[in-house]
Design a binder for this molecule. Sequence first.
Ligand code: GLA
Length: 388
Amino acid sequence: MNTDLQKYIDTTSHYFQEKYGVAPSLVAYAPGRINIIGEHTDYNFGLAMPAAINRWVVVCLRPRPDQIISVTSQNYHDTMEFTLGTAFEPSKSWQKYTYGSITIFGGQFPIQKGFDAVIWGNVPIGSGVSSSAAMEVALMNALRAAYQADMDDFALVKLCQRVEHEYLKVNSGLLDQYASQFSRIGKLMILDFNALSSEYVDADMKDWTWILADTKVKRELAGSKYSERVQETANALKEIQQKNPAVKGFRDITVEDIGSISDASQEKRIQHLVSENLRVQEAAKALQEQNFTALGNILTASHVSLRDDYEVSCPELDFLVDAALQLPYCAGSRMMGGGFGGCTINLVRKDSVLKFSNFLTDEYAREYDIITEITNYQLVDGAGSYLV
Ligand code: GLA
């Protein structure tokens, strides 16, 4: 077990003891994630390359003999309580994730008795490293263990995705939950959302490392244009299929098909999708060949595509990317995650991380009067749970 994770678990367990007066009987945890490349491809059956990071959401739980469910968020210093079988209206965002996870799980595996739980996490919230997925995945792992539900990991991440769809009204893909559940220490995953398969590749970067820079601009996906993009690409696919019945799904779309889309915005969205899938394959090849110059260029090309074709960037993200690209020891840079805020991911020489960090911090503060946060995450194993 990662020593930092163990520390967080011990602290969460301590919070549980303080709040409920007894020790928890089970622990579950799930990490946040980065994504090297393959953005806004998951809900369109494309490719991506995520990995879990050393930031987690921890759930400590103890079953109760009655029908009450009491969940405390240590991050929000807030407790929600409801009785099974009675109506409950979650008001705050963390409560929606919690209530959504419990209700969707309960719909599949009927719950007879309640529990007490404390949730605590150190995955940065609203930074594009999937704190919400980590929370759903951690809680779903806790519920599976508590109620001994016969459910495999894939079914589990699908239930978590339903929380986003049904309780947050965001039609997101499986990238975040999949990465949080299935990642392996020191590895990147090449994920194919069409085949629903993943392959682990070595993340050994020699003289290079991945550095994240946070714009500190927080835009919740629900409030963003995320759902609009989901709709645009779905509409474009429909139009392509009407004109070319040989296209069974997004992955069959060719360059000629893109040209046949009548709406200019939708054409750009599909252009991004098709080119981004190719970039994931090229990035995998560059990694394998340890060609970091090529890898950096692919990263930067992804940013241009997300900015100009998919239009999910924002001035702060563009600024950080442009600043990073001025530096000879940065091979490539792009926005990461859903966009409209959050982080950039940068490929930086290990011996220049400090210089990189100082330069970006100064430039960003000068332009926006905001202190960016620069982080070098470790790649860790996916979610887990155990009885104590
Ligand atoms: C968010 C969503 C993911 C994915 C990314 C963009 O993180 O939750 O499903 O679509 O944006 O790649």
